[in-house]
Design a protein around this ligand. Structure first.
Ligand SMILES: C[C@H](CCC(=O)NCCS(=O)(=O)O)[C@H]1CC[C@H]2[C@@H]3[C@H](O)C[C@@H]4C[C@H](O)CC[C@]4(C)[C@H]3C[C@H](O)[C@]12C
Length: 324
């Protein structure tokens, strides 16, 4: 399971919990403007916007899980197993494979509206990166500072949804997730009035009772509601420290502790990393399951005119500040 959110204070923030049970040797990868983006069925992009994000460190290609570009456009891929459907090659369309999709959009667009134009001609095509790697069944959240959309390629076609809450989790499709929020309209960050009955005197015995009924489990539908409730009621200062702290706390509301989700063969899905991009400043922050300290990489400190991808292995060892 995974959860991605957007958040705006003075700057625009975008990030995710990456929840899974296996690793593809994740790295922070900076793809500079002149790295040749090689596509299988369409023309290469020899020059494009630079981008930074977390990618699989198993190939020379930027196999991004989530990333932002130098113009502040952000995109993340999340599992959509059983729903995602990729098509056969179609003449006259932009045939892009799922593993190429993030670099394809972030390489060329500065806003969601620009990306929407490219999406008019796209055909998400069923081409694997290699025989060893499966075709990932994904859906994507794409966001700039003003808005976000969800992109889902399904058997009945390509769906593009405006996303008024700026949250994406996993199955089922986004229209269901959004509709399901209706069931929680009575939840509140305030102490609720007694609407139950005027014939019984019901006591306010605790703070936080406005949120009773907020689902606490790790299913995708429950995480969607919980992340939306946390994000939409969130209060934080505007400074960088306050914003990123708050962002990681919102993600904390939906993180997965190892052991709570058994996926068989003695494997457990857990929050491998949590990330937070400052999309206005080009800074990628992350922390990992074992390392609670936030690590940051500023894309503008790299040579963005280069033609070589720069990779930083994740700092995964716990860093404790012993105070005495
Ligand atoms: C599984 C990952 C999404 C995490 C997620 O949503 N977890 C929830 C799982 S579930 O709903 O609860 O089952 C996705 C996100 C990005 C994907 C990777 C990227 O697409 C890059 C390559 C693409 C290759 O085709 C396959 C390997 C791969 C390296 C992908 C492996 C896997 O599908 C990843 C890592």
């Amino acid at each position: 399971m995974c959860t991605t959110i957007t958040y705006v204070t003075k700057d625009h923030y975008f990030g995710r919990n990456f929840d899974y049970e296996i690793s593809y040797n994740e790295v922070v990868a900076i793809t500079p403007r002149n790295y040749i983006l090689d596509f299988r069925k369409i023309e290469n992009l020899n020059t494009h916007y630079a981008m930074i994000g977390i990618a699989a460190g198993i190939a020379d290609y930027p196999l991004y899980y989530d990333a932002m570009n130098e113009k502040g456009l952000c995109m993340a891929g999340l599992n959509f197993a059983g729903y995602a459907y990729y098509n056969e090659y179609e003449e006259g369309k932009e045939n892009v494979s799922p593993f190429e999709f993030i670099p394809y959009i972030l390489g060329q667009c500065t806003t969601v509206d620009e990306a929407k134009k490219l999406l008019n001609t796209i055909n998400l095509v069923n081409i694997n990166f290699s025989d060893d790697l499966p075709l990932s069944p994904l859906h994507w959240l794409l966001a700039d500072k003003e808005k976000s959309i969800v992109i889902e390629s399904m058997e009945d076609g390509l769906h593009i949804y405006d996303n008024p809450v700026g949250v994406l989790t996993n199955n089922p499709s986004f229209d269901y997730q959004l509709f399901n929020l209706n069931n929680y309209r009575a939840l509140s960050n305030m102490t609720p009035k007694n609407n139950f009955s005027n014939q019984v005197d019901l006591e306010v015995y605790s703070r936080g009772m406005g949120g009773i009924g907020l689902p606490g489990d790790l299913s995708s539908t429950s995480r969607f509601v919980r992340a939306a409730f946390a994000k939409l009621n969130s209060v934080s200062g505007n400074s960088e420290d306050e914003s990123i702290s708050q962002f990681f706390h919102i993600l904390g509301a939906v993180e997965q502790q190892r052991g709570l989700c058994d996926v068989g063969d003695e494997k457990y899905e857990y929050t491998v990393y949590s990330s937070c991009c400052n999309a206005d400043k080009g800074i990628y922050y992350y922390r990992t399951y074992e390392n609670s300290q936030i690590t940051a990489l500023d894309m503008f400190k790299e040579d963005l005119e280069s033609n070589q991808i720069v990779k930083y292995p994740l700092v995964e060892k716990q860093q404790i500040n012993y105070a005495n």
